[in-house]
Ligand binder design. Structure first.
Ligand code: NAD
Ligand code: DAU
Length: 351
């Protein structure tokens, strides 16, 4: 075999997947990285311009629901391991179209595992199926406590219900068939290349255009923010050194109320745009709350930090500065992704 491993990364044209593809292609020239992505509204090959001509990188456009296409990819590239990122990922969209989430996140994951199980028959222990999941499967916290790996699942939105279901299926494939699986459940990511339906890039883009900043409810909901590159570094670590069959929580110890975060973004953007402090804050508009809005997420990452020595590398302010700089320097990227169907989505969601 020409390469030591042929790793299939699904959803590699999306936000987190593209950072993972970049890390794996650059860090492991002896691995062949095959990026499988359906290129939905969230998939964007512009995210990968810097690695698209690397010798150890291949892109294949395919849907994880398409069994034949996946089988062909496993055959053609002799896939040795999977890192599974592909998903419908936005909670608000799951509220308007839950079936799309059921199809991709549950059926798509099971389809992928079926193909992997058949391709790796007789040597399942030698191949890793890594499932990328979310802290939202644990539900919503009150003011106290954290999500641990042992916290009971209690998903509250169609998105988190679909991710919880896929996690259960992945564990069932380990328990029933002996697949060598690893799962990580991560808190909210932010950073370059995030689609502007999500809070941070949406706010940055709206501030840039002096548009209203829609804060759901009273803005006191809490999220635990992690810079996206730290997330994919953790995944690389768990993929190589984590224990088979285990779950790892990943989080940045960066809890903020939404309104605190929006204030921080406003102040940093005022700086960037050379406008008086307080200008962007005037754009904040409290809007109707998200139905079933989870109050607080917070990760206990002790298992990951103690077992594998991983640590988040940035404070939230450093990360936000880097993120704002990236969006500022890549306005063309934002203009491209907001030019088409995004406008209709935005009108429907915020009118
Ligand atoms: P994203 O929406 O930016 O990207 C998803 C990618 O999957 C896109 O490139 C899309 O084209 C692709 N895709 C969607 N449906 C597909 C299908 N049927 N077949 C093949 N490809 C398909 O998502 P993201 O924010 O990068 O999240 C990636 C993964 O990480 C998801 O599984 C998500 O649940 C998980 N996660 C996300 C966060 C976060 O804060 N964004 C946190 C924890 C976990
Ligand atoms: O916790 C991990 C999860 O984080 C991931 O699994 C999801 O894929 C990812 O989308 C994210 O989910 P959230 O719902 O927390 O992220 P979002 O950016 O949509 O919202 C963050 C918070 O900001 C949430 O409390 C809702 C609020 N919000 C969001 C938007 C889009 C607003 O107040 N206004 C908005 O316009």
């Amino acid at each position: 075999m020409k390469y030591k491993k042929n790793i299939l990364i699904t959803g590699g044209a999306g936000f987190i997947g593209s950072h993972s593809v970049r890390l794996m292609v650059n860090k492991y020239p002896d691995y062949h990285i095959i990026n499988l992505d359906a290129l939905t509204y969230a998939g964007n090959l512009e995210n990968l311009k810097d690695v698209e001509s690397a010798e150890n990188y291949t892109f294949v456009q395919a849907d994880i629901l398409n069994t034949e296409a996946i089988e062909e990819i496993f055959r053609d590239y002799q896939i040795t391991d999977v890192m599974h990122y592909a998903a419908e990922s936005h909670v608000d969209r799951s509220i308007t179209d839950p079936l799309a989430f059921l199809k991709t996140n549950i059926l798509g994951t099971v389809n992928l595992m079926q193909v992997a199980k058949a391709a790796w028959a007789g040597e399942l222990d030698q191949h890793v199926f890594y499932h990328v999941s979310t802290d939202e499967v644990y539900g919503s916290l009150g003011p106290e406590g954290f999500f641990h790996e042992t916290t009971a699942y209690d998903p509250q939105s169609p998105y988190s219900a679909s991710k919880a279901s896929s996690d259960h299926f992945v564990r069932a494939y380990a328990n029933t068939y002996g697949m060598n699986i690893k799962i990580s459940n991560c808190s909210n990511n932010y950073g370059p290349n995030q689609f502007p339906e999500k809070l941070i890039p949406l706010m940055i883009n709206n501030i840039r255009h002096s548009k209203a900043l829609p804060v759901y409810g009273d803005g006191t909901n809490i999220r635990d923010w992690l810079y996206v590159v730290d997330h994919v570094i953790a995944i690389d670590e768990i993929f190589h050194n984590g224990k088979s069959g285990e779950t790892y929580n990943i989080g940045g110890n960066n809890e903020l109320q939404n309104i605190e975060l929006v204030h921080l973004l406003c102040d940093l953007m005022d700086d960037k745009m050379g406008q008086p402090k307080g200008t962007a804050r005037k754009l904040i508009t409290f809007v109707k709350d998200r139905p079933g809005h989870d109050h607080r997420y917070a990760i206990d990452n002790t298992k990951l930090t103690t077992e594998l020595g991983w640590e988040p590398s940035l404070t939230v302010e450093e990360g936000m500065r880097k993120t704002i700089d990236w969006y500022w320097d890549n306005q063309e990227w934002m203009d491209h992704v907001t030019s088409g169907a995004y406008r209709q989505y935005y009108e429907k969601q915020y009118s």
